[in-house]
Design a binder for this molecule. Structure first.
Ligand SMILES: O=C(O)C(=O)C[C@]1(C(=O)O)C=C[C@@H](O)C=C1
Length: 97
């Protein structure tokens, strides 16, 4: 028998919980990248790296029909990553003045 919507939502909630924890971990790592870039005067936006991230992950998708959706998703994640890095760098610059 097909699952009820409640059962499906229970699993969606579990997936969201995992994704939230992974998102937080990713942003914690992105702060470390921001520290490195601030110290070494690196550019926040690294298009070559972004293209690699998209390529290697889309290639591994089990369902190729999801490629266009995943591509937008991972770009959105990296956009937030750039915002976090910019906020960190702005904060460091403010401290200098
Ligand atoms: O790897 C980097 O250099 C990062 O800044 C991290 C990250 C990402 O979120 O994966 C974010 C921005 C860059 O354009 C590329 C990748």
């Amino acid at each position: 028998m097909a699952k009820s919507i409640e059962e499906i939502r229970v699993r969606i909630d579990e997936v969201d919980t995992e994704m939230r924890a992974l998102f937080e971990e990713r942003l914690d790592l992105v702060y470390q990248v921001a520290e490195y870039k601030f110290t070494n005067h690196g550019e926040i936006f690294d298009p070559k790296r972004e293209a690699e991230v998209v390529k290697k992950n889309t290639e591994k998708l089990e369902n190729a029909d999801y490629k266009k959706y995943y591509t937008e998703f991972i770009h959105a994640v990296m956009d937030q990553s750039k915002r976090v890095q910019q906020a960190y760098i702005d904060e460091q610059d403010t401290k200098k003045v």
